[in-house]
Design a protein around this ligand. Structure first.
Ligand code: HEM
Length: 414
């Protein structure tokens, strides 16, 4: 318990159990005897609860979650813009209510399918975003943030438009698949009358209990520690990288963030043909410890000017961390929060696997785009990956308090 409680975002379940019941929960919850089990036990996962209300949507800074689904929707045509705005307003109100209820581990007040009956929230988060196309359809073209300008086409892109973009994006993640899908299904059912689902993708992270410590860096399917160079949630550097500040424009995005989604396939068979040393040279870090090849431990700052005895740069010119680092990208920083995917094999027998790559930032033009423009041309890792789907969404500011709803400033402030 003590270990997990270091993740300050979680409210724990002495809290959850009692609070849930007081708030009218009817589902059976963990008994107090169960909640004294150690961190990482089944019970402690059931009781992980992230607060829904706050300045930011909690799914952005949430600790790594075991399962994640990203779904995009398009509005069905309506006869008038006013009608469409009303539809979106009621949809966002209802989504807000479903998100708040399921994240608290409570059953939905009506038509709950019981899919997660008796299950704890398992760190469930529901994060909602809008695409530029939604604002155009709602007659709010003048409210489209400059930061939502379409991403350029990058060298090597093989983007499938049918599984890219969309009017609305929904990221549902939890430490349990059933709990996540319960919330997702409820939101999909609610959206069905006024939207069509454009695409859906899913991935997985590591469940807290499997990692050496609750704050350890996750591994990806290439076997690397992925996330070392990220700004850390809870720090000023994180807030400055990720969230639109209180003075930012447009005002309806203050406290929100821009999410770039890329489905990046890993050519794992080609990658596996490299030996460990070759793989480390591609990234610029030790595969096991995550330490930069210039020396030290995982969190030692890379020394990009250090040479070996034969005069070679220890972190090679084409290595991923050199090409991606803020130092060589005019200070551009992003917060990467990927999920892995592994969906069987393609026609040629090679794995359909990779990263459901999510990058959060204040403005993609000063973050993802600058970095990706460089990576696409100069990163050795490009040989082993393919960008196959893409999306850019304005992830709404948090819902400050009960009675409020996600997107209110957008829909009522205009
Ligand atoms: C399948 C694709 C990718 C893989 C496997 C991958 C893997 C990694 C790994 C292992 C690291 C070093 C550890 C860390 O700091 O997390 C890293 C760092 C980084 N990656 Fe990637 N990455 C991928 C795609 C991307 C993309 C598309 C971008 C942005 C456009 C990006 C941006 C970064 C940044 C900014 C860092 C930190 C660099 C620093 O230390 O300053 N990566 N990535």
């Amino acid at each position: 318990m003590a270990e997990i409680s270091r993740r300050k975002l979680f409210a724990y379940s002495g809290a959850v159990g009692a609070g849930g019941v007081a708030a009218g929960a009817v589902l059976p919850r963990a008994s107090s005897a169960q909640t004294s089990e150690p961190a990482g036990s089944a019970t402690s996962i059931a009781n992980q609860r992230l607060p829904f209300y706050g300045a930011h949507q909690p799914g952005i800074a949430a600790p790594v979650q075991a399962q994640g689904w990203l779904t995009a929707f398009d509005l069905k045509p309506g006869s008038t813009v006013a009608q469409l705005r009303t539809r979106v307003r009621t949809l966002l109100r209802d989504w807000t209510s479903i998100a708040a209820t399921t994240m608290a581990g409570r059953p939905l007040p009506s038509a709950d399918d019981a899919m997660a009956y008796g299950r704890g929230p398992g760190a469930l988060t529901v994060t909602v975003g809008v695409g530029a196309s939604l604002l155009t359809k709602l007659g709010l073209g003048h409210q489209i943030p400059a930061a939502l300008a379409p991403l350029p086409i990058f060298l090597g892109d093989e983007i499938d438009s049918a599984s890219s973009d969309g009017d609305l994006a929904l990221l549902v993640a939890a430490n349990d698949g059933l709990v996540a899908v319960h919330a997702l299904r409820a939101m999909q059912r609610r959206a069905a009358a006024t939207t069509t689902q454009r695409w859906q993708t899913n991935g997985f992270g590591e469940a807290g209990g499997v990692m050496p410590s609750p704050t350890a860096t996750s591994r990806n399917l290439m076997g690397q520690l992925d996330g070392t160079g990220n700004p850390k949630p809870g720090t000023a550097a994180f807030d400055q990288t990720v969230y639109v500040p209180s003075t930012g424009m447009p005002d309806w995005m203050r406290g929100g963030s821009y999410m770039v989604y890329r489905r990046i396939r890993m050519l794992l068979n080609t990658w596996d043909a490299l030996d460990r040393r070759q793989q480390e040279v591609v990234i610029g870090r030790d595969k096991v410890t995550g330490a930069p090849l210039s020396g030290g431990t995982e969190f030692t700052a890379p020394d990009y000017e250090k040479f070996d005895s034969s005069g070679q740069l220890l972190i090679p010119p084409g290595s991923h961390i050199r090409q991606a680092s803020a130092e060589f990208n005019s200070g551009a920083t992003i917060y990467r929060r990927p999920f892995s995917y592994y969906n069987g094999v393609r026609g040629d027998g090679s794995p359909d696997a990779g990263l459901m790559f999510l990058a959060f930032q204040q403005n993609p033009a000063k973050g993802f785009t600058i970095i990706q423009q460089r990576l696409a041309g100069a990163d050795t890792l490009s040989t082993f990956i393919r960008h196959e789907a893409s999306g850019l969404f304005a992830m709404l500011p948090g819902c400050a308090k009960e009675g409020d709803y996600l997107g209110r400033a957008l829909l009522e402030g205009v």
